[in-house]
Every structure is written in C-alpha cells, then in structure tokens.
Design a protein around this ligand. Structure first.
Ligand code: ARG
Length: 580
C-alpha cells in the first residue's frame, strides 16, 4: 500500500476530468510533517495554474471539490492558494493498518514488471583476507539483493572475485622466489597467504626485475600452464572458503554458486579484443590493444585510454569486465546490471560501459549502473587502518564489535547466562556494524566511530532493538492470535498514534525509493523514525491498562510496529534479538 501513489493517481484522474492532460507532474504529493496541518499535501497549484492559464484559486477549488468526494479523504484545506492539505479518514487508515497484520509482506505490492537484475558486489581479490574496504560493497550489495527480490525482481548475485590478474602473479612469483612448493604449510591458510602477499607486493613495488618476472608468470597462468593453474586452484579455494566464513558470520546471502570471478571469462577475452579491433573501437600495436575514449575527458583533459591487452599479451581487469557485460546480457538475460564498487572506480566504469555500448554488447534498454561507495575513514578523516598502517581485517573488526557488545550487555544484565551472552552479542555485534554502515549514505565517506556505532540512543541497531524488545515484552502478555482475527472498530485519536500509523503505512513508498537509487540508508532512517515514534507513543499512553476499546487498537498498533521493524531489518540483512 502506497498512500502517496493512491493520492497521485486520483489527482491525475481529477486533472483529466478538468481537461488538464499535460504538465500534470507540476503537482506533487508529499507527506506532511506536522499532522495538525494535514496528512498529505499537494504542492504546485500556482505553477500549474499559470501553465494552463486558470486562476490558481479556481484550480485549487476545483481540485478540492473533486477530492472531497474521494472516500479515503476526511477534510481538505487550501493553504495560500498554492497548497492543498489533505486529512485522511482515520477509519481508512485503521482499516489499512489492520490489513498488515495478516500480510506476510506488510502489504507492500510486488513490482508490476519483474526484471532480471544482476548485482555485482563484494568481489574481493584472491590470496588476501577480506578487509574493511570490502565491508560496504558486501553489506550494501546484499541488502539491495534482498530488497529487489522482495519487490519481486529476479536478482542474480555475482561475486566478481579478482582471480585472474596481476595480484595472483605477484604472489606466485614470490612463492617461486622463496622456493615454496604446492604442499607447503605456508600456503595452506589465508592468514599466511595474506602475509606472503604483502611481502610479495613490497618486492613488486621496489624491483623492476620482479615486475618482469610477474608479467611472464601471468602469461604462463593465462596461457594455461598446468603447474601454475594447480597452485592457482588451491589458492582460489582457500580464499573462497575463508570468505565464505565471513559471509556466513555477516549473514550475507552470498555463497559458492555466486562466485563468478574474473577467470570465468578467460575463454572470451581473445575474441573480445579481436572484435573491438575489427569494429574499429580498439587500436592495436602488436599485442598491445587499447580503446581511446574521446568523449570522456579525464581530469587532465586528455582522452582516456583503456588498455584491454598488454604488450606481453596478458589481459586485464578491464577486458574481463567488458566480457562480463556481454555474458551477463547474452547468457543471463540481464535487464539491468548494478555494480556496488567504491567511488575511485567511477571513471573506470564509465569507460567500460562506454566500450560495451559502443561494441553493441548490450542494447540501449539494458541499464548499467555503478552505485558508488564512499570510504570508511578514521577520526582524522584518513582511510581506516591499524596503528601500524595496515588494512583492518574484516574478521578482526567483527570480533571486536562482538566483544564490545558483550561487555555492554554483561554490565546491564550481570545475571545473563554465558550461552545467551555469546548468542546475543554475536547478533548485536554484527548487527551494529552492518546497521551503522547501511545507515550512511552509500556514496559518502564515513568515519568509523565505536561510540556512535554502539550508542544506545542514536540511529543504531541497539536503539532499534531496544524498541523492538520493549514491544515484545508487552506483546508476550497477550495472545496475538486473538488480535489477528479481531474485527472491530479501531480508535486512534492521539497525534502520537496517527503519526505512527502514517509512518508505518509509508514502508512501500520508502522501499520503492530505495529500489530506484540503491540507497538502503533510507530504510535505516525509516526504522529509526519508527522506533522514535513508537517511543513517543509508548511513553505517553498506557496500553494494557487502558479501556478495552483503546487497548485493542493500541495492541494492533504495537503488533504492526513490531512486524514492520522485523521486516525492515530482514531486508537490511540484520538479525534480530527477540528478548534479552
Ligand atoms: N576486485 C575488485 C577490487 O577489489 C572489485 C571488482 C568489482 N567488480 C567488477 N566487476 N569490476 O577492486
């Protein structure tokens, strides 16, 4: 149910009856913040009146007279000729609130036309442990998977792991140099591999001999050298197993079948380069092949060059990305491909999209969207790193959060059993990090701050959980089933109740907005406001002690608030604690 669109559709009909067919979007419908002025407002009367050359007051009155007949509307005020304020019938709001209780999807409508949407997210590189830089893509991407599926889209998750390029060759060159063989313990777990990779990278950054060796080894790998491919398989396997542990801990839906890494496209790469050359899109000099993108200037005002094959014949990150677009359209039948990748790759993706379109690998109707992600920073606004300047491992961050939450819980509930403490700290510790990340606008950087993440009052999971547990502690005193089938008149007359109801009924509107721009922080804002509105109501009115008719209405409101919090957190991929 989407009240905004119900009113907007009605408004369009009214305008049509008034013989206004064009420019109807000049009028917009918005929820009103202070309900003493109304519940929804129509804006833009003067502008439309000027366009259609009618007196604004005549237009306003004409709309008002027709809207008054609409059965959901109680009263209408015209404000300064330009705005029409609508008061909805409380009985209609109550009726819709009641409907939510028996709907598994809180009456959020399914999308009319389901699309095949590919979501490319998480996508770490092999031979390295996942670090804080992977948090946003993994969390935001996964939440968008859930939200788009919930709306009825066919979502195809892809973990485009970096398993075919230079990083692997850097590692293997180093392993060779220090004489490590495939069965060596040193390459049997991700932590050790990660350490070796760092040492290898140092050499790569400092020695040109090493760089040359890395190139020739990459050629061997990409040409199918059996030995290198064996080590490669082993390292990919170790990395994937380790990443899976993190995904499970994070309650992220990615699993092995979603791993379609760069190497998957290897058999397409030669053809892609040849094709781009034949179409005159790529220029080649011996093996070297690149695309010059003239219409997109980089910040130095020079044309962009995207290399798709190096002089030594090896393929790059860009080549696999171009191939993957072709594959995702041709084979996966994607209508839309969304990338959750950090903002530093914005120029890169613009170029890749440009090339894929120029080569007609996808038709115009297929959308390619890079949903940029800001960075996680420390208090000094620098990239968030350990004191020693190393990247922060995701696993360490998650464990730290669990530990901090467990200290808070223990201090508040000293009697809590150990088993319960462990279980709840895990849910809240992971939830705290996820929620904080999701509550920030994805395209901006944010500062990682434990005090804010674990704040009992701010926009945090702890605050929302607190509201949820409070509601549950009331609801457990009654028999919810009884209320589900109760068919009576509901009484809502306080501002706090109406505000809460209006907000609950805006879930669909919120989710639809999120689905357009990939902005799950709007769902966090929504839940935070919901928890606030609940508290305002709860702190001012009694529930179980009130008269029977009020009690029934208020309990209905609590049940639906609790269902809404649960559904919202579920869409964010955040587990919930029922009680402590
Ligand atoms: N592996 C890349 C990195 O760590 C991210 C890949 C994003 N997806 C893509 N299709 N390029 O930067």
């Amino acid at each position: 149910m989407n009240i905004n669109s119900i009113i907007s559709i009605k408004l369009k009909q009214i305008l049509l009856n008034l013989n206004i067919k064009k420019n109807t979007n000049t009028l917009s419908v918005k929820a009103i913040k202070y309900i003493k002025f109304g519940h929804y407002q129509i804006n833009g009367i003067i502008s439309l009146a000027n366009i259609v050359k009618i007196k604004p007051i005549t237009l306003a009155k004409n709309i008002k007279a027709r809207l008054e007949l609409f059965y959901i509307i109680d009263k209408i005020d015209i404000i300064n000729v330009n705005f029409i304020n609508i008061f909805l019938k409380i009985s209609w709001l109550s009726y819709n609130l009641k409907k939510l209780i028996n709907s598994s999807r809180l009456n959020v409508s399914l999308i009319e036309q389901s699309k095949n949407i590919v979501i490319d997210y998480s996508s770490p590189n092999i031979a390295k442990e996942m670090h804080v830089g992977h948090l946003r893509s993994t969390i935001v991407g996964d939440s968008m998977v859930r939200i788009l599926k919930f709306l009825g889209h066919n979502v195809i998750k892809i973990n485009h792991i970096g398993d075919w390029g230079i990083p692997f060759s850097i590692l293997i060159t180093y392993l060779e140099k220090i004489n490590i063989n495939i069965n060596d313990k040193l390459i049997s777990n991700i932590k050790l591999l990660d350490r070796l990779y760092k040492k290898a990278k140092k050499q790569y950054d400092n020695s040109s001999d090493f760089v040359n060796k890395v190139s020739s080894n990459l050629i061997k790998l990409q040409n199918g050298d059996i030995f290198y491919n064996k080590i490669w398989c082993k390292i990919v396997d170790i990395t994937i197993k380790n990443n899976q542990l993190i995904y499970n801990l994070l309650n992220v839906t990615l699993n092995r079948t979603d791993n379609v890494g760069e190497s998957f496209y290897k058999s397409m790469l030669l053809n892609i380069v040849n094709d781009l050359q034949n179409k005159g899109i790529a220029t080649s000099k011996n093996y070297l092949s690149f695309v010059t993108i003239n219409n997109k200037k980089n910040k130095f005002d020079n044309p962009n060059h995207v290399v798709i094959r190096k002089m030594d014949g090896t393929y790059l990150y860009s080549t696999t990305d171009i191939a993957s677009i072709k594959y995702r359209y041709e084979t996966l039948k994607a209508d839309k491909i969304i990338y959750y990748v950090d903002s530093r790759q914005q120029n890169y993706f613009n170029n890749i999209f440009f090339i894929a379109r120029a080569a007609h690998y996808i038709p115009k109707s297929v959308k390619l969207e890079h949903h940029i992600l800001g960075m996680v920073l420390n208090k000094d606004n620098k990239p968030f790193k350990t004191r020693e300047g190393n990247t922060i491992k995701l696993i360490d961050l998650l464990n730290e959060s669990i530990k901090r939450v467990s200290i808070i819980i223990k201090s508040k509930y000293p009697e809590i059993s150990n088993e319960k403490l462990i279980r709840i700290s895990k849910i809240l510790g992971i939830g705290a990090i996820k929620y904080f990340d999701l509550s920030r606008n994805r395209s901006s950087n944010y500062v990682f701050n434990w005090d804010k993440i674990l704040n009992l009052r701010g926009n945090t999971i702890i605050y929302i959980q607190y509201a949820y547990i409070r509601i549950n502690s009331i609801l457990k005193k009654i028999n919810i089933e009884e209320y589900k089938y109760y068919n009576c008149k509901y009484y809502f007359n306080t501002n706090e109740e109406i505000l809460l109801i209006m907000h609950i009924l805006r879930l669909e509107e919120t989710i639809n907005n999120i689905s357009k721009y990939g902005t799950p922080h709007l769902l966090c804002d929504y839940l935070y406001k919901l928890a606030n509105l609940f508290s305002n109501f709860y702190e001012n009115y009694c529930i179980l002690q009130s008269s029977l008719k009020l009690k029934t209405s208020r309990i209905l409101l609590l049940i639906v608030t609790s269902l809404t919090i649960r559904t919202g957190l579920n869409l964010l991929g955040i587990d919930i604690v029922e009680k402590i």
